[in-house]
Design a protein around this ligand. Structure first.
Ligand code: ADP
Length: 431
């Protein structure tokens, strides 16, 4: 996936997360607001009712001769309100019954009553169908009787609750749709925001590609001229010879940089045409190790390949050679004189792997992720002195990805580094 597609996906996900958090906060706020506004009214109602009943009952308690007219109290209440007056001996003195369906539950709640006087509680009980019944209840002490009395007043708020729950479900459903829409719009908008950047980037890339391409010819000319001067017998001055030698070295470095740049730019453009065929990986490794042998010998580095077995992998031969060379070249570059570099090969679960292990300077954990970035060099001075431009591993990564493989690095700082490449024996949708 290209950098722009990835950024677009990331942006879309970020938009959606923000939207999700916002909607969730909104829904829970609305829920809290609804809960508060509906239930504070109900609370007020049952508290008032409790007070009414307590006053009325108190009145009757003080005039035991008056005949008790339940309706007088009952008139205050509506269908869903109910009350029960008990004395301390659990004797029921008066009541306005709750519906038959919920009465046992209410009596149960009263028998276990633990709330303070006048505080309101909500009690819930699930019935056989899994639906819950909710009642809101309060209690109040009544004075004036021979034995202390308490009135328990309540209201069936099941319908209110389920109404509120339905409203919340609808809101969640709408929020879900809004989220999906925001995902689609987010993706669309992120795409639009990306367009100008993408175009500017493309122009830059094209410029870099053209420039590096154009640089190749003059560099080749300078190189050929320097070669010519080198071999010119009329130039005998050692200083001049040294100058020409330096020019050749610099031109060589530049030629490499330019060709690396071109590789990176082309692969990004997917213009890198791969010529995939089945090649014996062990032969490629053997050959590249042989090429590097003289350089390793210069530094008295013991460079060897072990456990090579002849296995064919689908790959672009030139690219695979380049990959092995980059890794072995780095290993030799970043290993001090007298060290060792070992290339090893093995197979596992339908994959062919090879590793390039050295006893060199190692890579710190914080640098391990970055070394695959373009132009990233841990120690710029050292890398430059060795002809590095920080593109090697970026190219290695590109090549591995083009082959649907994986590259990994293990390293102990100061002790050595191991690059591991894992390749498929069959490419998806190909050979
Ligand atoms: P360079 O051209 O600088 O070698 P690379 O992309 O090949 O660029 O590597 C990036 C950086 O990773 C190097 O500058 C070096 O610091 C580090 N590095 C790569 N290979 C090794 C290794 N085998 N041992 C230690 N450091 C390494």
């Amino acid at each position: 996936m290209g950098i722009f597609k990835r950024s677009r996906m990331r942006l879309t996900i970020a938009y959606s997360i923000v939207m999700f958090v916002f909607l969730s906060a909104l829904i829970s706020l609305v829920y809290k607001a609804m809960d508060w506004s509906i239930f504070s009214e109900q609370e007020k109602e049952i508290r008032e009712m409790a007070e009414n009943i307590a006053t009325t009952q108190n009145y009757y308690n003080q005039r035991p001769d008056l005949s008790f007219d339940e309706n007088q109290i009952y008139r205050n209440s509506n269908d869903r309100l109910f009350f029960y007056i008990f004395d301390e001996n659990r004797r029921l003195l008066s009541f306005s019954r709750a519906t038959f369906r919920i009465e046992p539950f209410i009596l149960d709640v009263i028998s276990k009553w633990s709330l303070r006087e006048n505080s309101v509680g909500i009690f819930a009980k699930a019935n056989e169908q899994g639906r819950s019944t909710r009642v809101m209840m309060t209690s109040r002490k009544i004075d004036g009787g021979r034995v202390p009395q308490t009135v328990y007043v309540g209201k069936d708020v099941t319908a209110l609750y389920s109404g509120m729950q339905k409203a919340i479900y609808i809101m969640i459903f709408l929020a879900f749709i809004a989220l999906i829409l925001s995902l689609i719009f987010g993706y669309f908008l992120a795409g639009r925001a990306m367009k100008p950047i993408e175009q500017a980037y493309e122009r830059q890339r094209q410029f870099a590609a053209d420039a590096s391409h154009e640089l190749r010819t003059p560099l080749a000319v300078v190189m050929a001229s320097a070669d010519l001067l080198m071999n010119d017998p009329s130039i005998q001055n050692p200083f001049l010879k040294q100058v020409i030698e330096d020019v050749r070295d610099e031109v060589k470095k530049m030629t490499r940089l330019v060709s690396d740049l071109l590789t990176v730019i082309r692969s990004e453009n997917n213009a890198l045409s791969l010529n995939i065929q089945r090649f014996d990986l062990s032969q490629i490794i053997e050959q590249q190790v042989r090429i590097m042998q003289p350089l390793a010998e210069q530094k008295q580095i013991d460079l060897r390949s072990i456990d090579l077995e002849s296995v064919e992998v689908p790959c672009d031969e030139q690219k695979m050679k380049q990959l092995v060379l980059i890794l072995v070249d780095n290993a030799v570059k970043y290993t001090p004189d007298g060290g060792s570099v070992t290339v090893k090969m093995w197979q596992s679960r339908g994959r062919v792997n090879f590793s390039v292990e050295d006893t060199g300077i190692g890579i710190k954990p914080e640098d391990r992720e970055k070394i695959f970035d373009r132009f990233y060099r841990v120690d710029k001075a050292r890398s430059r002195a060795m002809g590095g431009n920080g593109l090697g591993l970026a190219i290695a990564m590109e090549i591995v990805q083009l082959h649907q493989g994986e590259i990994d690095v293990e390293s102990e700082f100061g002790h050595g580094t191991k690059f591991i490449v894992s390749l498929r024996t069959k490419l998806k949708g190909g050979i």
